[in-house]
Design a protein. Structure first.
Length: 466
C-alpha cells in the first residue's frame, strides 16, 4: 500500500482507527495454526498486512470495503483469530480489518429461542450470557474460549455436542453481511422457507472471501434438565462403529459420542480401560431425565451385544473436564523442532476403518506418534480425527515435515474418496487439494460466485483458490 492509501484510509475512518505499527501488524497477521505459531517462535510471519483498520461501526466497514474495492486493495477480515488452518492470514498483504470489538449481545428472545449478536463475540461469552436466561447455544468447539460466532460460520465449524445440537449451520437463523461493494445483505429469520436457494449458505464456509458478517441470529435451547455419562471398551473399531449405527437406528441421539483408537486411549484414558488395546467409546446424553435414562439403557444393551465392556461414567466425565485443553499441541510447538497437528476429515460408516488406517499410515511416514478418534456422528458416517506429533532436529526441518504430513494425509484421504475437511475449513493448509475435492466444475462455480460477489477480487485473496 502507498503512503497516500494510508492517508486516505485515515481520512475515511479517522486517524486513530488506522495503524501501521510493525508489532501490531505482526500480531494480527497470525492465527492459531501450527505454521503461525512455529514461525512466531522464529520472529516471522507467513505474510504481513500493511495496515490495520479498526472500524467503529458497520458504516465504517461499508466505507472501508467500498474503498478497497475501488482501489484494488486486498482486505482480510479478522475476528478473535482462532483459525487453525491459516484462513485469517493476509496472504497478499493489504489491509487487515480488525473486528474484535464487535462483540455484543444485541437481543435475547427466550420465547422464540433466538439470540442476536455481533459477529466477533466469543462463544464462551455468549454462552455465559445465555445461561443467565436458562438457555444454551449448544455449540462447544474446542476453540470455545477463543473463537467468535462469525468466524465459526465463515469456517463452517462444529462443536463437540453436534450429534444432538447440530453444527453451526444448524444453529444459524439469520445473517447480516456487508458485501465488498458496501451493500448489506440481511437474511430473514424464520423456521424454514421455500423461496428459492438459501442465500445464507453462500456465507457458511466462505472464509471471509464474500463479505464481512456483522450480525448473527442463532437458535438457542433451554439448558437440559438431565445429563448422563457412559463409556464402553471394545476390542475392535468395527464393533464400536456397529454399536453407534445400531443406537442411531434405535432413535438414540447422544449429545456426545467419541471413539478413541488404542493409542489415544492409552495416552488419555489408560487409567479407565480394562485392557490394553481397547477402543474406548465415551458418551454424554442430555435432555429430560426419563429420556437420558432410557437412551443410556438402550446403548448399554447394544454395546454388550457387540462385546462392549461397561467402563462407567468416569471416562466420559474426564473427557468433559479436559475437552478444551490443547496443551498437548502448544507444548509440542514450543519445543525446538516440535511438530504437531490434528487433521479432521469426514467419511461414511463403511469407509471409516480403511480411511483411519490409511491416514495413520500416511501420518506415520513423517511423525513419531499417531493416534485418532471418531466424533460428530451422522446417519451416514462421522468425522475422523488423526492426531500426530514428532520432533525434528531443527525448526526448518519441523516445518518441512509439517508440509509433508499435510501432503501425505490429504492424498491418502482423497485416494479413499473421503472429504478432506470436516470443520476446520480450508485456509492456507488445505488449499492445494481443494480442486481435487470439488472438481473442475465445482471450482468454476466457486469462482463464478466470487466474481459476482467480489468483482474486484479484494476479499481475503489467496483462500478457497481465489
Amino acid at each position: 500500500m502507498r503512503t497516500e492509501d494510508i492517508d486516505q484510509l485515515r481520512q475515511l475512518v479517522g486517524p486513530d482507527r488506522v495503524s501501521t505499527d510493525p508489532a501490531e501488524l505482526a500480531l494480527l497477521s497470525r492465527d492459531a495454526s501450527y505454521r503461525s505459531q512455529k514461525l512466531e517462535r522464529c520472529g516471522q510471519n507467513v505474510a504481513l498486512a500493511e495496515a490495520v483498520v479498526t472500524p467503529r461501526d458497520e458504516a465504517d466497514i461499508v466505507a472501508v470495503l467500498q474503498w478497497c474495492s475501488a482501489n484494488g486493495v486486498p482486505v482480510t477480515p479478522r475476528g478473535p483469530g482462532s483459525s487453525v488452518v491459516g484462513s485469517q492470514i493476509p496472504l497478499q498483504g493489504g489491509l487487515l480489518l480488525d473486528l474484535r470489538h464487535f462483540d455484543q449481545v444485541l437481543e435475547i428472545d427466550p420465547y422464540n429461542r433466538r439470540v442476536r449478536v455481533q459477529g466477533s463475540i466469543l462463544l464462551s461469552d455468549l454462552e455465559t450470557e445465555l445461561n443467565q436466561h436458562g438457555l444454551t447455544g449448544g455449540h462447544y468447539p474446542q476453540s470455545f474460549y477463543t473463537a467468535g460466532v462469525a468466524g465459526s460460520i465463515a469456517m463452517r465449524g462444529t462443536g463437540t455436542f453436534s450429534s444432538l445440537y447440530g453444527s453451526v449451520e444448524d444453529r444459524l437463523a439469520e445473517l447480516r453481511v456487508v458485501l465488498p461493494s458496501g451493500q448489506i445483505y440481511q437474511s430473514h429469520n424464520a423456521p424454514r422457507a421455500s423461496t428459492g436457494p438459501d442465500l445464507r449458505q453462500l456465507f457458511l464456509g466462505s472464509e471471509g472471501c464474500f463479505g464481512v458478517i456483522t450480525e448473527v441470529t442463532l437458535k438457542v435451547v433451554p439448558i437440559p434438565e438431565s445429563r448422563l455419562y457412559a463409556s464402553f471398551a471394545f476390542d475392535s473399531f468395527e464393533a464400536a462403529l456397529d454399536t453407534t449405527r445400531a443406537m442411531q437406528a434405535a432413535g438414540v441421539v447422544p449429545a456426545v459420542l467419541r471413539i478413541y483408537d488404542p493409542v489415544e486411549t492409552a495416552a488419555k484414558h489408560a487409567q479407565f480401560t480394562v485392557a490394553d488395546g481397547s477402543w474406548l467409546m465415551v458418551l454424554l446424553y442430555e435432555g429430560a431425565a426419563e429420556l437420558t435414562r432410557t437412551q443410556a439403557q438402550i446403548v448399554a444393551r447394544l454395546a454388550a451385544e457387540q462385546g462392549g465392556r461397561d467402563q462407567g461414567e468416569e471416562p466420559a466425565q474426564s473427557w468433559e473436564r479436559k475437552r478444551f485443553d490443547v496443551s498437548w499441541m502448544s507444548d509440542q510447538v514450543s519445543r525446538d523442532g516440535g511438530v504437531a497437528e490434528a487433521i479432521e476429515i469426514a467419511a461414511t460408516w463403511s469407509s471409516l476403518p480403511k480411511v483411519m488406517e490409511t491416514m495413520r499410515q500416511a501420518a506415520g511416514r513423517t511423525m513419531d506418534t499417531v493416534m485418532g478418534h471418531v466424533s460428530h456422528i451422522y446417519p451416514d458416517g462421522a468425522c475422523l480425527y488423526v492426531i500426530s506429533t514428532g520432533t525434528k532436529p531443527t525448526e526448518g526441518e519441523a516445518l518441512r515435515a509439517y508440509d509433508q504430513l499435510w501432503s501425505d494425509v490429504m492424498e491418502a484421504v482423497l485416494a479413499e474418496g473421503a472429504i478432506i475437511g470436516h470443520h476446520h475449513g480450508v485456509g492456507y493448509e488445505r488449499a492445494p487439494w481443494l480442486e481435487a475435492e470439488h472438481g473442475a466444475t465445482g471450482i468454476e462455480l466457486l469462482h463464478g460466485l466470487k466474481r459476482l460477489l467480489d468483482p474486484a477480487g479484494v476479499m481475503n485473496p489467496g483462500k478457497l483458490t481465489f
